[in-house]
Design a protein around this ligand. Sequence first.
Ligand SMILES: [Zn+2]
Length: 339
Amino acid sequence: MKENFSSIDRLYGKDVAAEERKEILSMYKKNFEDQVNHEAFQELLMQEREKTKEEIELIVFCNEKINALRGKYGLEPFTIPESNFHIVPMEKWKEGMDYEKSNTAAFFSNSLQGVAAMEIDNPLAFAKGAYHELIHFHGYQALMVAEREGRKLKDYDYRFGMGMFKERGEEGQFYFENMNEALTEELAKRFIENEYASENPHPLLQKGIQTIRNLQEEAKEKVSGSDLEKSITNPELYYALLHGRIGIDEDLTLGNQYFFSYKKQRSILNTLIDTLYEHNKENCEGREAIFDMFVKAHFTGNIYELGKMIDRSFGKGTFRKIGELDENIEEQEQFIKSL
Ligand SMILES: [Zn+2]
């Protein structure tokens, strides 16, 4: 895995000559190694600012944590250099990204072989975003070379973590993209909550945690009793306070903006895990073992075991149906609740 010196694990495609295979993979390798000369991203790269020492330290820390996870599934470490991580000042990011509409604070691009993120001044919030994007970067990735309507499509994203692209109609369709984001953010949430609960968090994250605690003190005067109570018992609301401070939700509206994104997607994933656990209580080691199967699928690309378990529990074709419903998240949610 990742032996091609980029984030790509595999290249699929019938009748792909060895020479062509080599050419495609070496292009990704080149982009992984040399970000500066990547033509398609010149504009973005021109916007980036130099990373601070603290940001670099946190990127290294996230890499280490994720490599420990990879190790659990027998995978080699894959270390993403800090040079593949680009930070753009908030104002420039908002201009360039059509921020109000996209509401995205960071992204991973496998053709860039890099991550771009809006600057965030709180180390805890920065680490949360960095960890999420690096989980994508570390996840299983496969490309496809295919022929469509007589036209040879060079290479396209065929697999990305839990997600996949399938030929369907003219355009094709993404399957399990909701689950892919849900799982990625759920892992980031666990990472932050572990640090938050730890007696000995990373010193930079400790600083971020302290900021949140101070904000909470400040908020006592600004929010009503019941909201404040909720913010003390619910870590997501702690972070909502922090979000207010970093300018995403300016008026510190509690519960309006959550620190952790993909809330609906995560709720669907957690419902599916709960229901799967209920169905398989006798022959599995606990809810965590089910969650683990999703994480394993993300890193190894092997979704067969998980698909089989879902179909065995709820009937043949269920796994496929969940994937197909990705286009309509409301329907997907209803379907999973009905299992
Ligand atoms: Zn994501």
